[in-house]
Design a protein around this ligand. Sequence first.
Ligand code: NAP
Length: 288
Amino acid sequence: MQEMIPLKGAAVSAKLKQEVQDGLTRLHGGHTPKLAIVRVGEKPDDMAYERGAIKKMQNFGLDAVTYSFPEMISDEDFKQEFRRINENPEITGILLLLPLPGQICQKEIERMIDPAKDMDGISPMNQAKVFAGDPFGYAPCTAEAVIEVLKGYEIPIEGKRVTIVGRSMVVGKPLSMLLLKENATVTICHTRTRDLPSECRHAEILVAAAGRAKMLGAEAVGKGAVVIDVGINVDADGKLCGDVDYEAIKDAAAMATPVPGGVGAVTTAVLAKHLVRAALEKESSERG
Ligand code: NAP
């Protein structure tokens, strides 16, 4: 029996680092692109993501600065602060950690963010571009990271049956559009899906993005399938794990991303790629 091949994020991230460095050499101004990470409150998940993003930007030769605000900041005050960051010419791109606390109208902030600085594809403009298959939009980094993993490992997408578990605006929905653009045949599953294991087993590529620790086991994986696990959860023993039970699927799957060490590392590399792209596009629009 063939052993399941781990699809490690580090290998894909290294390729993206090369792309970022090539991009940096094409920047004429000699300045370093700068990411603004905007955080409201101190949620441990946000802080962990922020640390990872800062580390990745530094490692890729990019700048990152955090703007943090108290959890109880008013809608009006936050909007004012956000407007300042949005309009700051020193800032190349923005990563806004979501969701925002209830008193802030998140939809309004999503509409406000400059689409050219919207590194995680939250603005309606970028969402529409992703939906239309327009390559000039910014897709959410995690959704794009799934495509990067598949392409990085030269896994064919065209014509494949792909099942995605999860239909959020950050992962499931935009990913379905990116996969359609690659000519996959896409099925999207959610909490109302009847017979989830059967829908999953049918897939040649299975993407898990439900946020439920180890919810998919051997019963959900067809023989020889490629499994991409986007989930980041904590299991009953307090250990980080994905939505897929990695040990349980070893006899069925041909390849799978581990958690940690899979999609997460690629997500921040895609963020870096977006930042350099934003800097290059800004420079070229300024030069006319
Ligand atoms: P979310 O907004 O909570 O969405 C979860 C989706 O999964 C929903 O569409 C939900 O269906 C579906 N779902 C939940 N339980 C299910 C079940 N038992 N059966 C079928 N479908 C189910 O989560 P998200 O923001 O998309 O994140 C998903 C996971 O990815 C989380 O673990 C998150 O931590 C992780 N994540 C990872 C990265 C990364 O860089 N690797 C980045 C972002 C998120 P309904 O729509 O019917 O409720």
